[in-house]
Design a protein around this ligand. Structure first.
Ligand code: CMX
Ligand code: CO
Length: 140
């Protein structure tokens, strides 16, 4: 079902500061910046590598307001790893399969993600405490 780790999402208070930190510390490059109103975030994707299953990234996330998933996470836990996203060939199909195993789906159908992708989330309480995202790249 999983082709790669697409990205690790990191919650932060100040996107520009965190981008600068990742650029100077790990020599990474920002390949996309977006505001996703539906997800309540201002975000940047930093490219890590290209593999057989597709590319992988670090996703830096700043909340658009405190009353959003990332805003609530920051208030409760502070900055750090917010979610792990796996690349799948077909998000709708993966949701059907995973939902059939009793895992709570936070999205019943795919939504718009970074760089034209389709995404959906699984409840962290049903995945060992890890907020899990499924990502279908736009060319799939
Ligand atoms: N990782 C692990 N556990 C988490 C979590 C996270 N990121 N966010 C919340 N939780 C836990 C909380 O600690 C809480 O547990 P306890 O009851 O034991 O304290 C429980 O889940 C419920 O959380 P909550 O405080 O009620 O928080 P929310 O109301 O924000 O709901 C969640 C949590 C996961 C349902 C919500 O954040 C969500 O729907 N997320 C999916 C969308 C999203 O995260 N979008 C931003 C990223 C966009 C992108 O990647 O493109
Ligand atoms: Co993400």
């Amino acid at each position: 079902m999983f082709m790669r780790i697409d990205h690790v999402g990191i919650a932060c208070h100040n996107l520009e500061e965190k981008i600068a930190f990742f650029e100077r510390t790990f020599d990474l490059t920002v390949v996309a910046r977006e505001i996703n109103e539906e997800q309540g975030v201002k975000e940047a994707m930093l490219h890590i590598a290209d593999g057989d299953g597709g590319a992988s990234y670090i996703q830096l996330l700043e909340p658009l307001s405190p009353d959003t998933p990332v805003g609530r996470f920051l208030a409760k836990r502070g900055e750090g790893v917010h979610h792990v996203a796996f690349g799948v060939p077909d998000v709708a199909r993966a949701l059907e399969e995973i939902g059939g195993k009793g895992i709570r789906l936070l999205d019943e159908k795919p939504r718009h993600g970074s760089m034209g992708s389709s995404i959906a989330f699984l409840h962290p309480k049903d995945v060992g405490g890890m907020l899990t995202e499924l990502v279908q790249a736009p060319d799939h």
